[in-house]
Design a protein around this ligand. Structure first.
Ligand code: FES
Length: 172
């Protein structure tokens, strides 16, 4: 089993002060919680005697670590060279404005998390963004807003239609 797959509590319990142990500990906490919550930072600080401020510094230095849970839908806007010259900033600004969050954040309702990435491998479609597993290219600000609003509408419909209202399909 890979060292990283060890449960957070186990890894924390057997911490022996070895140099370089903090990163795997943080990875383990993130695997366990889906992000690194404040209470995990507190536990780690108590056990390792590394000040919380130092741990926060490490977390914010490495882009792999998250201080917030991941949203249900992940938006990845490409900011690679081709997209950068074709309007990546406009896309990022539009998504931030539409969702009311900054890059790296998750919306308060837990629906969306926004990241930027270096290249999505389809530069001829620049500017590009991915929404979950779907790639969307040659985007305009209007198209981005339309896309995000469609997702929001779909989510709103799913939460307002009671599951019991549907008649189960008994065929098959
Ligand atoms: S630079 Fe954006 S897809 Fe390659």
């Amino acid at each position: 089993m890979a060292a990283r797959a060890e449960p957070f509590a186990y890894r924390l319990w057997r911490y022996d002060g070895a140099p370089g142990e903090l990163i795997p500990l943080l990875q383990s906490a993130q695997d366990h919680f889906g992000y690194i919550p404040r209470r995990a930072i507190k536990y780690i600080s108590e056990v390792t005697r590394i000040p919380e401020s130092t741990i926060y510094g490490v977390i914010t230095f490495y882009s792999q670590f998250r201080l917030q849970p991941m949203g249900k839908h992940v938006v990845r806007v490409c900011d690679g060279t081709a997209c950068h010259v074709s309007g990546a900033k406009m896309l990022i600004d539009t998504v931030q404005d539409e969702l009311g969050i900054e890059v790296g954040d998750t919306t308060e309702d837990g629906l969306f998390t926004l990241f930027t990435v270096a290249c999505l491998g389809c530069c001829s479609l620049a500017p590009v963004m991915m929404l979950n597993d779907e790639t969307h290219g040659r985007l305009t600000a209007a198209a981005v807003r339309k896309l995000l609003r469609a997702y929001r509408r779909r989510e709103a419909q799913q939460t307002t239609v009671p599951a019991a209202a549907g008649v189960p399909d008994s065929r098959g």
